[in-house]
Design a protein around this ligand. Structure first.
Ligand SMILES: Cc1cc2nc3c(=O)[nH]c(=O)nc-3n(C[C@H](O)[C@H](O)[C@H](O)COP(=O)(O)OP(=O)(O)OC[C@H]3O[C@@H](n4cnc5c(N)ncnc54)[C@H](O)[C@@H]3O)c2cc1C
Length: 98
């Protein structure tokens, strides 16, 4: 089975991790248009207020870690511009590296 997840923060990363636990063989691709995945956006106010001084403390996951731990193929800088459900295709604008 091949699964394509669009968006790689809270919803996308959680769903991709759950999909991996349900199927160890699935090919799971996560397409994220931004340059970060699975970051703690709930912590942003604490970073802005200085309670969490280093922005790196919010970046708990990277594409490399998600590959290593869950065998997810995470592609940042990849924006999905269209979904063709009949052909089972997604159209992607790749802006990586920035
Ligand atoms: C400052 C702040 C504080 C918060 N605090 C809390 C809290 O205390 N408790 C709580 O429960 N929730 C909190 N939330 C809300 C919680 O973070 C959201 O519920 C969660 O981020 C939603 O996750 P999501 O993955 O659905 O959407 P998003 O976080 O919006 O992620 C969607 C991702 O999809 C990507 N994307 C969108 N379109 C495309 C496309 N076409 N192609 C490729 N990628 C695409 C976006 O770049 C984005 O990274 C907070 C949110 C913020 C911003």
């Amino acid at each position: 089975m091949k699964i394509v997840m669009i968006g790689g923060v809270a919803g996308g990363a959680s769903t991709a991790a759950r999909a991996r636990r349900l199927d160890e063989q699935a090919e799971i691709v996560v397409l994220e248009r931004d340059h970060y995945v699975s970051y703690a956006n709930c912590g942003l106010p604490y970073h802005i207020s200085g309670v969490i001084p280093e922005r790196e403390q919010l970046l708990v996951q990277t594409p490399e870690k998600l590959k290593q731990n869950l065998n997810l193929d995470v592609r940042v800088g990849h924006e999905v511009t269209a979904i063709d459900r009949d052909a089972k295709l997604v159209h992607v604008c790749n802006s990586w590296p920035p």
